[in-house]
Design a protein around this ligand. Structure first.
Ligand SMILES: *[C@@H]1O[C@H](CO)[C@@H](O)[C@H](O)[C@H]1NC(C)=O
Length: 389
């Protein structure tokens, strides 16, 4: 029982630590790198259209170097990033648009978007020193070094957009889905903060929810459930209590885990171009193994049945596989989410405490079992805690 309350306390503490709001600062763009090894001072996960902006601003020279990353609406489409010096929306924006030209190579042109009609490339409000674009893995990257007119406030209104096609060298109009309409905000070039049109960074929120659900499920509840099953049942007084505790712990873990798994699949399908195959594959393996365990519960032969021995091997084998893969995938996820290092440290401490508790109980169990063997040689020998009930 002591182990269980300790485990619960640990879980409670861990959940508290994980839920603290500073985790919301985690961003994906910080883990993005560029083939030309460019480094930027700031980056933002933009709140719409799966886009990212990296930039360096030098106020003394009024120079702004940007990398804008987004998946075009269709492979032959375009992506655009713009500053709007006079308003907050598309009209009046001074846009950089990247697309594939008629020869099939990526190009960047500038547009003074003065109306909702078709656009023609022209000079814009800022000077473009250098621009280039890349297209790989379903994602376009637009690079530009621009010089802003002097006396600029460090906060600018920016707008970004993706479109499905280009006809005769002219980007065609984009869709009018919520994402296309919310892709605007204000950007503090010196402080690195951006406020979006859609009210906060919902993608970051989704990623954090995904992280919390899965840490609680695969990273904590499953291991605690295994500890309960392995150590609590040595005590005859804990029978059948341990069984119900174990089953309810693992079923809650499974329910939370499936929810976490679902959010992961959704995130995966939304993040075109950026793939975390190993994390995803381990996640799929975990879901399959855990589902097999749920079936195991219903297929469990009676204690005396001759197949019970094989069922135990199956159930324990899969259980330990989930334990190991679950913890590995929590760390893989932490690598991707890349929160402040204290979250990783917190999880390491919690897992170390659980491991320590397990080790202690392991020693205790062996002592109990050996003593029982010694004192009961005349009666039926103890089945051993590895044989199940
Ligand atoms: C952009 O177009 C508007 C409206 O046609 C015009 O007033 C403005 O001067 C243009 N800006 C630049 C930089 O050419």
């Amino acid at each position: 029982m002591a182990s269980f309350s300790l485990a619960l306390a640990t879980l409670f503490l861990a959940t508290l630590m994980v839920l603290r709001p500073s985790l919301a600062a985690a961003a994906t763009c910080t883990s993005q790198t560029f083939t030309n090894n460019k480094l930027y001072s700031f980056c933002n996960d933009l709140p719409a259209l799966n886009s990212y902006l990296h930039w360096t601003y030098d106020p003394a020279q009024s120079t702004l170097s940007i990398a804008f990353i987004a998946p075009p609406a269709k492979p032959n489409g375009w992506i655009s990033w713009a500053i709007n010096p006079t308003a907050t929306g598309m009209v009046g924006s001074q846009a950089l648009i990247a697309f594939k030209d008629s020869k099939g190579s990526m190009t960047v042109k500038t547009y003074n978007v003065s109306s909702y009609g078709p656009v023609t490339d022209s000079k814009v409000w800022y000077e473009v020193k250098e621009s280039s674009a890349e297209f790989s893995g379903g994602v376009m990257r637009l690079f530009a070094n621009i010089v802003l007119p002097e006396k600029l406030k460090s906060t600018v209104n920016h707008v970004w957009q993706v479109g499905p096609s280009v006809t005769g060298g002219v980007p065609d109009k984009h869709e009018f889905q919520p994402g296309n309409l919310n892709s605007k905000g204000s950007l503090d070039l010196l402080r690195g903060q951006s406020t979006g049109g859609s009210g906060g960074d919902s993608r970051t929120k989704k990623r954090n929810i995904h992280g919390i659900l899965n840490v609680v499920s695969w990273g904590l509840l499953f291991p605690i459930g295994i500890i309960i099953a392995r150590y609590l049942r040595v005590f005859p007084s804990a029978d059948p209590l341990w069984f119900y505790l174990h089953v309810s712990c693992q079923i809650s873990a499974y329910a939370i885990g499936v929810a976490g798994w679902g959010t992961g699949l959704k995130l995966g399908s939304q993040s075109k171009g950026v793939q975390y195959s190993l994390h995803r594959n381990i996640g799929i393996a975990l879901f399959s193994l855990a589902t097999a365990q749920i079936f195991a519960l219903f297929l469990r032969p009676k204690k005396e049945h001759k197949y019970r021995f094989y069922w135990n091997i199956y159930h324990h084998g899969i259980g330990y596989a989930i334990l190991v893969l679950g913890i590995i995938n929590v760390f893989k996820g932490l690598d991707i989410l890349n929160p402040e290092s204290k979250w990783r440290h917190a999880y390491i401490i919690v897992i170390a405490v659980l491991g320590g508790v397990a080790l202690l109980l392991e020693a205790l169990t062996w002592m109990v079992v050996l003593r029982r063997k010694k004192s009961s040689t005349s009666t039926k020998p103890y089945c051993g805690f590895n044989n199940g009930i």
